[in-house]
Ligand binder design. Structure first.
Ligand SMILES: C[S@@+](CC[C@H](N)C(=O)[O-])C[C@H]1O[C@@H](n2cnc3c(N)ncnc32)[C@H](O)[C@@H]1O
Length: 278
């Protein structure tokens, strides 16, 4: 929800011409649109609770744009007949990217998340993706994807955005093993991950304290980071599964190239997007 709020707040404001997500506002619950409107209007509220929401959404917008643009660019640069979005959440790519017309799009996420997504996405124009209910901690992609019609002999672009940090190392490895098994030559894996950093952990702790000061739980309270990877360990993981790393860039470098705000430089520096090909 928070990353979707960030995209809705950034749409048409940050990196215009390079970033756009007109689906994000529609995919939000009406109650979650208010802080987005305030950020879009650049109208910080006076009351503390609303101000915390405002700052959280504003930061999310600044953190999400470089990552989204890096992933969109990598998807566009390597058209494939199939796109699988792992941990899709409220991702609007299936509807918002004209380049995906003619591509079979599969969205993988937990069943409960997908139920809400389906309801909200009913208001969006265009064909919906194929929803593939999977909990990476319990279910195997190798069983769920064939049942959904994914073809392992046809190249696939995989997007794994904002998910790896929430999985254990074992879950990351077993998911990647299934991805590799179903990646025909010509496939591409785009993976966003977090590097180990004390300061980013502290940032999340501060955000939790800020939320607690408003009498609410932080959105991250039930979502601890479970695995972080250095560029070298991520490269070893990808190479070990038969992929060749074509690029791996941190979000701060991407933000500077786009000219988007770098107020949260430490968080930007510790998030990366790797692109790996088969
Ligand atoms: C921070 S959100 C990112 C959503 C989307 N990829 C994006 O960037 O907008 C993390 C997503 O990963 C999904 N996720 C986390 N752990 C998961 C698991 N064990 N199995 C399936 N999905 C999971 C969540 O349901 C959520 O949709």
């Amino acid at each position: 929800m928070l990353v979707c709020q960030g995209r809705a707040a950034a749409d048409g404001r940050l990196a215009p011409g390079r970033f756009a997500d007109p689906t994000a506002m529609t995919l939000l619950d009406p109650a979650d649109r208010e802080p987005v409107r305030r950020v879009r209007d650049e109208a910080p509220p006076g009351a503390w609770k609303e101000r915390v929401d405002y700052e959280t959404v504003r930061a999310s917008a600044e953190l999400i744009v470089p990552r989204t643009v890096a992933i969109d660019d990598a998807v566009r640069a390597h058209p494939a007949p199939q796109l699988v979005i792992l941990g899709a959440g409220l991702d609007g790519r299936a509807w918002r990217m004209p380049e995906l017309a003619g591509t079979a799009v599969f969205e993988v996420d937990r069943p409960g998340t997908q139920r809400e997504k389906r309801e909200r996405a009913a208001a969006l124009e265009g064909p919906p993706p194929v929803y593939v209910p999977v909990d990476f901690g319990r279910d195997r992609l190798r069983e769920a994807l064939p049942a959904a019609g994914h073809r392992p002999g046809t190249p696939t672009t995989w997007v794994w955005e904002g998910v790896v940090a929430y999985l254990t190392e074992a879950q990351v490895r077993s998911t990647l093993a299934d991805v590799a098994d179903r990646s025909a030559p010509g496939s591409r894996l785009i993976v966003n991950y977090q590097v180990p950093a004390v300061s980013t952990g502290l940032g999340r702790a501060v955000a939790r304290l800020m939320a607690a000061s408003t009498g609410r739980r932080s959105v991250w309270a039930r979502e601890p980071w479970r695995s972080t990877w250095t560029p070298a360990s991520m490269a070893a993981l990808l190479t070990g599964h038969g992929f060749t790393v074509a690029a791996d860039e941190d979000h701060l470098t991407a933000a500077r190239a786009l000219g988007t705000p770098t107020r949260h430089a430490r968080s930007l520096r510790h998030g990366r997007v790797a692109v790996a090909d088969r």
